[in-house]
Design a protein around this ligand. Structure first.
Ligand code: FMN
Ligand code: SF4
Ligand code: SF4
Ligand code: FES
Length: 608
């Protein structure tokens, strides 16, 4: 497995992940197909056309890969189809315009694998995505899929499988990094049936799309992992919990389950082994807290999705009070590779306590946004500046937020931190499920903390008072600070509240909710002080503390700012630089974003 076998036959892989679909990639597929079919005898070797899951570079989409030459085209339009057919498919010529520009080297590359974005990645969980048609089980099998299942069922005992997973060092990819093999061992040793396995595909973090991409692009890898896990712990029923908004994930996982039944990988007497397993999909309603293990189980049971106290572990009494193994999408997708290639191989990748790779959705103020998979232990600097290609527009890096809404903001001084479960924890953040949001000098860190606390206060289920009331109280203080009404004692009060919320909340939501506040106070206290003492927002974000002015010397009179202004607040007299009417300005920042000459200056708040 983790095979990279390129077909000898000409194959065109057209990305039809959610990002590319939104930019008409399916129409491109249809047009190209029509063109190939209409060519008849004109074309000696007809290419095979396949739709695939997300290649990770959605921002450059729609993307197309042509094999075996491995030509990678980006931002393809329907109007490019004829040229791709005539030049590349018929004559083997490369269309320079459509090649990927590697920001790091400034050069166009023929194959995306030559770019810094891809070269530094290692794909295990994402091994097949972008290479196979997720709706075609044969594609998965051709790349080694279901080989691990056969090995598990016919060459290994359940205990041997659990030992292998334990030895591999695999830790759960859904947030807490709990050792997967140990969790399975606990569920296996309870002699109470039925037992259940669950795949957590809730993925409620704003900006995250790792699990969605795996469910959409390689659903069989999850199903194969779940069958192996179920066999190991003695479960005969599995659920894939997918958030309702993920329509394509639901469609592709449903299709994969149906095809797996059709090939005898699911159902009764799997492949003649005597082992039975049924898997079904449950659609989650979209509440962030339903990603928490016990809330998720309550939701599957048809109860309100509220967490419970975990003095009894779910491996002992989980779904309907029975032993249950719940793992994240990415965790399950790693399992077949571990069984196939062995624990020794897997544990040779990563750091001492964090083995293997981790998938991240790299977003925010970074040149190459997208889905990446890196060996544990690479530094934040490598991810942001080598893979991500640095910060756009020549701006300065300020912070990176890892771990989803209740993760923390890590400053520039810690950019050489290795990315693993323990180092991120130590820095006051966490791995979480893999959201990574890059921020530059134009982000206000007080406002960032306020944004996450607002999200968490709305998503708290309200069951316990410290979380329900504590987060709301912290949010009110942050809103005051952002509005210029902060008091000097507010920082101390925030720290005290954070401590109480962390200590006294029932589930992980409340326990980790203070992280954005604590890390921004720890690493960006000067920004809090500027808001509180000087009534100034240094980043020029908080509306009540900010006004803008156009620097008359830097303004080149291009008029771009005036075109972008939604309030009609920018005007100019003939042959003069542009000016902002502060009575009309709503401080949206659109002009500042748009100006290529950095002529929009941030000023303090306007009095009166
Ligand atoms: C508020 C909250 C939301 C969570 N959301 C998710 C989620 O969307 N997906 C996920 O896999 N784990 C989520 N988790 C973590 C799960 O509770 C659980 O630890 C995880 O799914 C276990 O799988 P793993 O061991 O493979 O990581 C969440 C936890 C909390 C506290
Ligand atoms: S900590 Fe918050 S989200 Fe968790 S149970 Fe308590 S109120 Fe609900
Ligand atoms: S900040 Fe927004 S409203 Fe104000 S001048 Fe600029 S674009 Fe117009
Ligand atoms: S959806 Fe096509 S690259 Fe992500």
């Amino acid at each position: 497995m983790v095979e990279d076998n390129m077909p000898d036959k000409k194959t065109v892989l057209i990305c039809c992940g959610t990002g590319c679909l939104a930019n008409n990639s399916y129409e491109i597929y249809r047009e190209l197909k029509k063109r190939v079919e209409a060519a008849g005898e004109d074309i000696s070797v007809k290419p095979v056309l396949k739709t695939t899951g997300c290649n990770g570079l959605c921002e450059k989409g729609p993307v197309i890969t042509i094999l075996p030459e491995d030509i990678f085209y980006c931002k393809v339009k329907i109007s490019d189809v004829d040229e791709i057919f005539e030049k590349t498919l018929l004559k083997g010529e490369i269309i320079e315009r459509l090649l990927y520009l590697d920001i790091k080297t400034g050069k166009k590359v023929k194959s995306h694998k030559e770019s810094e974005f891809f070269k530094r990645q290692k794909k295990i969980a994402l091994r097949n995505i972008g290479q196979i048609d997720p709706a075609n089980i044969e594609d998965y099998i051709q790349r080694g899929g279901y080989r691990a299942l056969k090995k598990a069922l016919f060459e290994m005992s359940p205990d041997e499988i659990i030992n292998e997973v334990e030895k591999s060092g695999l830790r759960g990819r859904g947030g807490a990094g709990f050792p997967t093999g140990y969790k399975w061992k606990q569920a296996k040793k309870i002699n109470s049936f039925p037992k259940y396995v669950i795949c957590n595909g809730d993925e409620g973090d704003p900006g995250a799309f790792m699990d969605r991409s795996v469910m959409e692009g390689d659903p069989h890898s999850i199903i194969e992992g779940m069958i192996i896990g179920a066999y190991a712990v003695g479960a005969q029923k599995g659920f894939v919990y997918i958030r309702d908004e993920y329509a394509l994930a639901v469609k592709n996982v449903s299709r994969a389950i149906k095809d797996a039944y059709g090939r005898g990988f699911l159902g009764e007497n799997i492949l003649g082994s005597g082992f039975n397993l049924d898997i079904e999909i449950v659609r989650g309603g979209g509440a962030f807290v339903c990603g928490e293990s016990t809330a998720l189980m309550a939701s599957i049971e048809g109860r309100v999705g509220e967490p419970r106290v975990k003095y009894i572990r779910s491996t002992e009494k989980g779904l309907w009070g029975q032993p249950t193994v719940l793992n994240n999408v990415e965790t399950w997708a790693n399992v077949p590779v571990i069984v196939d290639r062995g624990a020794k191989w897997f544990s040779s990748i990563g750091t001492e306590k964090s083995k293997g790779t981790k998938v991240f959705s790299l977003v925010g103020k970074v040149n190459n946004t997208g889905l990446i998979e890196v060996p544990m232990g690479v530094t934040l600097r490598e991810i942001i500046f080598d893979i991500g290609g640095g910060i756009p527009g020549g701006k300065k890096f300020k912070a990176v937020q890892t771990g989803g809404p209740s993760g923390g903001c890590i400053p520039e001084s810690l950019l050489d931190l290795p990315v693993d479960f323990d180092s991120l924890d130590k820095a006051g953040s966490m791995m979480g499920s893999g959201g990574m949001i890059v921020m530059d000098e134009s982000n206000c860190m007080v406002e960032v903390a306020r944004y996450y606390l607002k999200f968490l206060s709305e998503e708290s289920c309200g069951k316990c008072t410290p979380c329900r009331e504590g987060i709301r109280r912290m949010l009110e203080i942050l809103e005051d600070i952002c509005a210029g009404k902060g008091r000097e004692e507010d920082i101390k009060l925030l720290l005290e509240l954070a401590e109480t919320v962390r200590e006294a909340s029932l589930c992980g939501l409340g326990k980790t909710a203070p992280n954005p506040v604590l890390t921004t106070i720890k690493y960006f206290k000067d920004e809090y002080l500027a808001h509180i003492k000087e009534k100034r927002c240094p980043a020029g974000v908080c509306k009540e503390l900010t006004s803008y002015r156009i620097n008359q010397e830097l303004c080149k009179r291009c008029g771009v700012c005036a075109k972008k202004c939604p309030a009609g607040a920018i005007f100019s007299k003939p042959k003069s630089p542009y000016v902002i009417d502060n009575n009309k300005c709503i401080v949206c920042g659109a002009c500042r974003e748009a100006c290529r000459f950095n002529a929009i200056e941030v000023m303090g708040r306007r009095e009166g």
